[in-house]
Design a protein around this ligand. Structure first.
Ligand code: ATP
Ligand code: MG
Length: 489
């Protein structure tokens, strides 16, 4: 029975001895569980007590009219400000009209849980009809428990979001990056589809995280899908799901990523890689807010914000009819451009310092020093792989465990030159990261790029590098250019 389980702490605010006794009498059958922790005859003293004993009181029972300034609605509001989970029961004199709904409304609006009118003064044993009074106390206690629980889980969620935003912090104080951060804050507040453009490794995914976790959808799912990483025939079932028996092999139903992202955000990375049939369906989701599950006739309503990203020239894809124009316009409502690292050189030292600090901590070692002439090496470099490349370079530097990073070490880390076999392998290890599996063509590109650099670092000229790679020099230059490498040509 609910009456038997509870241990309830009460603070009583009442300035008439007679009424204090009547409240105590009313709850006395449950005195082992319901405790009047303190009694105050004025509002200010009660508020001070609550302020210095947070979390102790579950319910406040208060007389409406009470000596000493702070009383009535303002006292209720004050108590709720201190702890919103405290439930307040107001007892008033009979002089207040018992059918004064306006009065009741004002109390509830101020934050009271319940109110009742005291019995006439000739009744000494009870303040109010005892079972009603006790039932309300227990209900108030239940509500305080629920609100405490809700408060705790909100706090937890808020902390999680803060943690994520801390891990996904966008480093950069250059004017373009400041502008980008302002745009993110602005775009996060709106609910509109966003297209993030920018070269590989500039931080598009990071931007997507920041938009979601700064938006009102932050406590809902953030679902990431790399459209280029799925075989064409799987894209639609991943995005939209299917019903049991929709096709041979569909032995149970599968929710699509759009359903999982319901009320949250979906991040469609490399969106230009979507096959045309999936593009049609995506367009319908955007237009109607409904998904068509494979094998299901009725549609499923979803509320999902779409953030898409691409490092391709999407207008070119539209022109070549590989990407639907109508879809392009629907996605590109709020365009965001993440600039290349070489366009914001003042961010380079900040990023180097950021990754040096973080990765040193992860590796449990001291952060090495970067002298000015070493910083020049970083500043003069082009960073075709942008921030991702810079992060990898810092990682390589830290493998060397030097306390001062010399310009030579910096150059080597950039060029992956003269590294031992073990170090080359560990540099490859970051490509074998289950968290960021790349499409084969990107993987090949990265491997090629790294190998090109490695061979060039170990050659006296580009012609020699070309010869070592078994390439005719024009082919070598063309490929180096495609890989974003500077050549001497
Ligand atoms: N401004 C930045 N501050 C801190 N870290 C960054 C910043 N930009 C990028 N990074 C880090 O660099 C790496 C690459 O970033 P991200 O994956 O967001 O790039 P991307 O633009 O999505 O690249 P791709 O086009 O290759 O998918 C990540 O580890 C990311 O956390
Ligand atoms: Mg990315």
């Amino acid at each position: 029975m609910i009456f038997e389980e509870k241990n309830i702490n009460i603070l009583l605010i009442e300035d008439e001895e007679f009424d204090v006794r009547r409240v105590k009498n009313t709850i006395s059958p449950f005195s082992s569980r319901i405790k009047i922790v303190e009694t105050f005859s004025n509002g200010k003293a009660a508020v001070e007590y609550l302020q210095s004993n947070k979390g102790e009181i579950d319910i406040v029972i208060m007389d409406y009219q009470i000596a000493g300034g702070l009383m009535g609605e303002s006292l209720i509001q004050k108590i709720k400000e201190i702890d919103n989970t405290i439930q307040i029961i107001v007892i008033t004199k009979m002089t207040v009209n018992i059918s004064d709904y306006n009065f009741a409304n004002k109390l509830i609006k101020a934050g009271a849980f319940w109110y009742c009118t005291k019995y006439p003064g000739d009744i000494e044993d009870y303040i109010y009809q005892p079972t009603d009074f006790l039932l309300s106390l227990f209900n108030a206690y239940e509500k305080s428990l629920l609100e405490k629980e809700r408060f705790r889980s909100q706090l937890k969620l808020r902390r999680n979001v803060e943690d994520i935003l801390f891990q996904k912090k966008i480093i950069g104080e250059s004017p373009v990056m400041k502008e980008l951060k302002e745009e993110i804050n602005k775009f996060a507040k709106s609910n509109v589809n966003t297209l993030i453009r920018g070269a590989s490794g500039t931080g598009k995914e990071l931007v997507a995280y920041n938009i979601h976790y700064r938006s009102d959808r932050k406590y809902e799912n953030f679902v990431i899908i790399n459209c280029g990483s799925l075989p064409n025939q799987l894209v639609e079932s991943e995005l939209f799901g299917y019903e049991k028996g929709a096709f041979t092999g569909a032995d149970k139903k599968k929710p699509g990523l759009f359903e999982i992202a319901h009320r949250g955000t979906i991040f469609l990375d490399e969106v230009t890689e979507l096959p045309l049939s999936a593009q049609v369906k995506l367009l319908r989701v955007i237009q109607d807010g409904e998904i068509e599950k494979i094998g299901r006739t009725e549609k499923v309503k979803v509320d999902v914000r779409i953030i898409a990203a691409t490092n391709r020239n999407i207008e070119e894809e539209v022109k070549e009819k590989r990407f639907r124009e109508d879809l392009y316009y629907r996605l590109n409502v709020l365009p965001i451009y993440v600039p290349e690292l070489k366009k914001r050189p003042t961010d380079i030292p900040l990023l180097i310092d950021y990754f040096l600090s973080n990765i040193s901590i992860d590796m449990g070692r001291d952060k090495p020093e970067i002298p000015e002439e070493t910083m020049k090496v970083f500043l003069n470099y082009d960073w075709p792989g942008n921030v991702r490349e810079l992060k990898n370079v810092v990682q390589r530097i830290l493998f060397h465990a030097e306390s001062v990073v010399t310009p030579t070490l910096a150059r080597r880390a950039i060029g992956v030159g003269e590294l031992s076999q073990g170090q080359v392998d560990s540099n490859l290890a970051d490509l074998f990261n289950p968290g960021s599996i790349l499409p084969l063509k990107d993987f090949e590109k990265l491997i090629r790029e790294r190998y090109f650099r490695f061979v060039r670092m170990n050659s006296n000229s580009d012609t020699e590098a070309a010869r070592k790679l078994g390439l005719a020099p024009p082919n070598f230059y063309r490929m180096a250019k495609e890989l974003g490498l500077k050549t001497t040509e």
